[in-house]
Design a protein around this ligand. Sequence first.
Ligand code: ZN
Length: 343
Amino acid sequence: MNKKTIRIHGEQTEKGWTCPVCGSSDIIGHGKQHNIDHHRRFKCEDCGKTFNEKIGTIFYHKKMPRDTIITIIYLFLTGYPASNMPPLVQVTEKSIRNLLREVVGRFEKYEEFISDPDDYAPKVIEIDEIYIKIQGSREFYGWLAYDPENKYLIDFVVGKRDDETLEELFKKLEGYKGKVGLVLIDAYIGYVKFVEKYLADGEEKPLTGVINKSEYSETEGFVTYALFSGKRESIEAKISSLGLGKKITTALIECLNSQIRDLCNYIRRRSKRIPRLLSWGEKAVSCFKFMHNYLKAHLTLSGKSSKNWITVPVTPCMKAGICDHQISLIEILNFRFIAPTPK
Ligand SMILES: [Zn+2]
């Protein structure tokens, strides 16, 4: 993994702190913050800037105590509606939403920071519809791109169930053009042109299996065919070679889709009362994606005891080679992002 080398100011290095404004290492102690957590303060001898030890983290310049911040984020990650939080944490809904907005931004920035496009390309992309219910019975759809080999949620889009929304997802997958060995889609007609446009490398089109999940027969399994003059057998062979099963049967579909389905049910369940606005539904999915990929050990990837408890945690990101360890929520909240560079 190539961790990008960036210059981080306001960081505590082995040599001590550096100034977030001018980068100077001429830093002296400056007492303690008069906030509830009493953060240590520092002053730059060169430019006079003062800052505290939480600079660059989610806890910097927050009036809320650290425990409240963690509680709000944890509740949101586990599906608790932001609108129900104020009496519980004694913070206004506005402050809660401001914090959560910042957290979603932080997750996205962290992903950008940690993942190198050269490190990862999915061998298989499965694309499935997601369905999000918004307050007031407005329904929104979206699509998920999923890597069944690594159980990694590649990306998602939320919007209308139309080609425009679907194309947004394919645009996000364009970086994998020519690298994907197999694409699995359902019978929605819009996929074909986008697979060609965004994933095919010239004349080289990825093997693409269409699995019609609404038609199933005892003898044939799901109605399946290959696009771009491929053969059904070649798709089954590819699936088998990737260790994802042997045939396009119920078992395989279960294997490929149980994760997505669980995830969608989860999103549906947890988003039912959260989003008054679509943007909050999107934030909920975004947080879920981050939690699923980075924070939560995956049961089928991890080492387990005889009681099926996870003993060696492995997250989808670890399996995909994007991240070398299971990330904790505290780690990401404490992560110091680049402070302003000196002028
Ligand atoms: Zn300075």
